[in-house]
Design a protein around this ligand. Structure first.
Ligand SMILES: NC(=O)c1ccc[n+]([C@@H]2O[C@H](COP(=O)([O-])OP(=O)(O)OC[C@H]3O[C@@H](n4cnc5c(N)ncnc54)[C@H](OP(=O)(O)O)[C@@H]3O)[C@@H](O)[C@H]2O)c1
Length: 293
């Protein structure tokens, strides 16, 4: 189609990116480019008419070539969390490459409350948001809440610990959001006509405490699960004792600490405004997810 903008999704072989591309294909979106470090993993997507380009945030030349002629770009945050500063550097390089290539609008997958939070990876998001704000491009910041997709595993672990759900979330509540809804939000923001600058909070429709989660898990699994609150220091030493690397221990504990402080509890209507659909309830997500385990 002559007038439809050219769209590019980075990280298109990741779980979120792949789903965004799939949703756009299902909607008949034209001029779609999938960017990835591993084009060979997207042969199925290429076979459906999507152009696949090599995109690596550690490789400026790959971005200069891939971003040429792109109007709107979905910049998916990377999973490089163990090396201090590395992810921030990747994201800033991607923002710079987009601006240089003449991209008009960038959609970025950030995190709810990226400033004034103990979350160890939040400074990457804050710095990327600031870098976008310093450009002349339009942007949509999608501040995604914590994925609900880890909850089936959380409940399974609680069962393995004799029905004890350990965390350092205290009485904090979390407006968990599904990865699927994050993909829907990303796809909608990419094809939207919006060309200004906005921040949207992509959250679930309700904020749940750990007690709520334990009760839900008990009902859905038929086995009693009780919440056992832990001090952050105890969680930290337990995780270290289980052999997790220090950076990952700190990351997990920092998410719990931020949750205890209420950093993830705000419920937003932005998902519904953006997509026209209601965000998925954790109970509905878990009902489906546990049925397939
Ligand atoms: N809100 C939350 O609770 C939550 C949870 C998990 C993750 N996240 C964030 O959301 C992102 C997407 O989630 P996901 O579930 O799709 O994670 P995932 O399946 O682990 O995907 C990792 C992503 O990182 C990309 N990536 C890694 N190194 C890269 C590089 N050098 N240049 C460009 N891209 C690179 C990958 O792209 P290719 O492999 O295609 O190159 C892929 O899209 C994650 O990367 C992470 O930043 C958020």
């Amino acid at each position: 189609m002559a007038n439809s903008p050219t769209l590019l999704v980075t990280g298109a072989s990741g779980q979120l990116g792949r789903r965004v591309v799939q949703l756009l294909l299902e909607a008949g979106t034209q001029n779609l480019i999938a960017g990835t470090r591993k084009p060979e993993n997207l042969a199925d997507v290429a076979a459906q008419g999507v152009t696949v380009r090599h995109v690596d945030f550690d490789d400026a030349a790959s971005m200069a070539a891939a971003f040429a002629g792109v109007d709107r770009l979905l910049l998916i945050s990377t999973d490089v969390v163990g090396v201090p500063g590395a992810r921030q550097q990747q994201h800033l390089a991607a923002v710079q490459a987009a601006a240089k290539a003449g991209v008009k609008h960038v959609i970025y997958t950030s995190l709810v409350n990226p400033v004034e939070t103990p979350v160890t990876l939040a400074p990457d998001h804050a710095a990327t948001e600031a870098a976008l704000a310093a450009t002349h491009m339009g942007w949509t910041i999608l501040r995604n809440n914590i994925y609900a997709d880890s909850l089936p595993q959380t409940l399974k672990q609680a069962q393995q610990f004799g029905g004890q759900l350990f965390s350092a979330v205290g009485t904090g509540r979390i407006a968990w959001v599904t990865r699927e809804d994050c993909a829907r939000a990303s796809a909608a923001a990419l094809v939207a006509g919006f060309d200004g600058q906005r921040v949207l909070n992509i959250t679930g429709p309700e904020a749940l405490s750990q007690v709520d989660l334990a009760q839900m898990g008990s009902q859905l699994t038929g086995q009693p699960i009780n919440y056992v609150p832990l001090p952050a220091e105890v969680l930290s030493s337990n995780l270290a004792g289980a052999g997790l690397p220090p950076a990952i221990v700190d990351l997990i504990v920092s998410f719990d600490t931020a949750s205890a402080q209420g950093k993830f509890e705000a419920v937003s209507n932005d998902f519904e405004s953006l997509t026209g659909h209601k965000a998925t309830r954790v109970e509905d997500f878990l009902t489906r997810a546990l049925a397939t385990v």
